[in-house]
Write a protein that binds this ligand. Structure first.
Ligand SMILES: Cc1ncc(COP(=O)(O)O)c(C=O)c1O
Length: 470
């Protein structure tokens, strides 16, 4: 199977948006030095260009000669040489993934829901009872009159990033949005010293500005808890009441579960993103045109990790068919759990389910080709509660801001970066790599350089609700 066929596999899916999202990874050059990954040498990598450099423009009269380097961007001192293996850090700016308000990882997912939302007979978007809760309505017969969606309904914790991306997409499609925000979900609200501000700033403010109808409820139950069987009754009553109420008003609501993960198409966006990463490797956006060997990404509702796993499995299959697989160990996706509420086993089951769901849609055999061995989740950085910024996570957030001028978010990406930093600084990544390379005699020679990619999945729009963080 060639490159073209993979694109065809994914792009021929009916739910594909005609202009899929792309973001370009860039190197975390200053952090590399700060994390002390390199010890000495002249063979340091060249200073990378700024991400997305502007097209060159001719210098005008005030600058007859190229201006001197800006004092804000002093030349980088030579970097010392790596220990073995040499790890290079990259950042993929999924926080720039959308042209709409406050982009982030949910935009890629929603791209794949749009055709169903807009169809005359949506196949999904209902609130199905039982284990498939929130996943699908029974398919409607096409002989029925059109059931066009009028209103997107979704839910989340008070500072949910997902809900504002749903509202942004709804505006773009000319639909209404109802957003249900659960006061009891996570600990952000209870840990805040200014609860009143937490309830109206950040994403709550943005949802309002986007014109979404925001309903703040006392409950604590969002879809992830439902998936584990907890709080079923409570959730049924909150969401089904909203849907019934809208139907009674003649509206046609379309239900998108929290994080879109329980939606049957929710994993496709990140399956495609895996293909995009592989294309960027070949396009030399990744150092030396090498592979991304490790991907660190937040695991909240779970379909971002699940989709990436499925996409990389498809790429591996292609590579095997092209007999490239002996060159390098498979890319490893490490999902960093951001909430300590549920057990690791519960997260693993859920992510495996999402990975298999996406795998089935992109042409893999889900049961045979995706297994629990592919699901690597790390729950050591979840902190005390969902939405609560512990001291180490805050330190990681400020380190990234000060060294790379990249703002992470307090709920997801700061925890992921903390995890990645730990894997790198404590030598876990190097040991893991060495063990994997050593386990096979078939890999090629180029194993001393390893690329790790941090997925910046967005979420900075919640920062103003975290005014205590400074
Ligand atoms: C900024 C941000 N990053 C990562 C995630 C996690 O993605 P997922 O829910 O697919 O696990 C979320 C989910 O809400 C998010 O808002």
């Amino acid at each position: 199977m060639g490159e073209y066929e993979v694109y065809t596999y994914i792009s021929s899916l009916p739910a594909r948006n005609p202009s899929p999202t792309t973001t370009t990874p860039h190197q975390l050059y200053n952090l590399l030095a700060t994390l002390n990954l390199q010890t000495h040498h002249h063979d340091h990598p060249p200073h990378p260009p700024l991400p997305n450099p502007a097209p060159p423009t001719p210098l005008r009269a005030p600058f007859p000669h190229p201006p001197p380097p800006s004092p804000n961007r002093p030349p980088q001192p030579p970097l010392p040489f790596p220990r073995t293996p040499h790890i290079t850090l990259h950042l993929k700016r999924e926080d720039h993934s959308s042209p709409l308000t406050n982009s982030g990882n949910k935009y890629r997912k929603l791209e794949y829901l749009i055709p169903d939302i807009l169809s005359a007979h949506p196949q999904h978007g209902g609130l199905a009872p039982g284990p498939a809760h929130g996943t699908a309505s029974p398919p409607t017969s096409t002989s029925q009159p059109p059931q066009r969606t009028t209103t997107l309904v979704t839910e989340g914790a008070i500072q949910s990033n997902h809900t504002i991306q749903v509202a942004a997409v709804a505006n773009h499609l000319g639909l209404e949005t109802v957003v249900v925000l659960h006061k009891g979900a996570g600990g952000g609200l209870s840990a805040s010293t200014d609860k009143e501000a937490f309830l109206r700033t950040g994403n709550v403010q943005i949802a309002g500005l986007l014109g979404a109808e925001v309903r703040v409820v006392d409950s604590s139950t969002i879809a992830i808890a439902i998936a584990s069987g907890k709080g079923e009754g409570e959730k049924e009553s909150v969401v089904s009441r909203v849907l019934e109420e809208l139907r009674a008003k003649g509206k046609n609501p379309y239900w998108i579960p929290s994080g879109a993960s329980l939606h049957p198409l929710g994993g496709l966006g990140y399956a495609r993103c895996a293909v995009e990463i592989a294309a960027q490797e070949r396009g030399r956006d990744i150092e030396g045109g090498r592979r991304v060997d490790y991907v660190f990404v937040a695991c909240g509702s779970g379909s971002t990790v699940g989709g990436l796993i499925a996409g990389f499995k498809l790429l591996e299959k292609m590579e095997r068919e092209e007999e490239k697989v002996t060159q390098r160990p498979p890319r490893k996706v490490i999902g960093i759990i951001i909430s300590p509420t549920q057990s690791l086993a519960c997260h693993q089951e859920r992510v495996l389910g999402f990975a298999r769901q996406a795998a089935g849609l992109i042409g893999l055999d889900p049961q045979r080709e995706v297994s629990m061995d592919d699901v690597i989740l790390d729950d050591r950085f979840a902190g005390t509660r969902y939405g609560v910024l512990d001291a180490e996570t805050k330190e990681a957030l400020t380190l990234m801001a000060r060294k790379e001028a990249v703002m992470l978010d307090p709920v997801y990406t700061a925890k992921v970066f903390r995890g990645m930093k730990h894997w790198v600084q404590e030598g876990e990544l190097a040991r893991d790599w060495t063990a994997r390379v050593g386990a096979s005699s078939g890999y090629g020679h180029d194993q001393e350089r390893v690329n790790a990619l941090l997925m910046h999945t967005g979420g900075q729009s919640a920062l103003s609700a975290y005014a205590d963080v400074e």
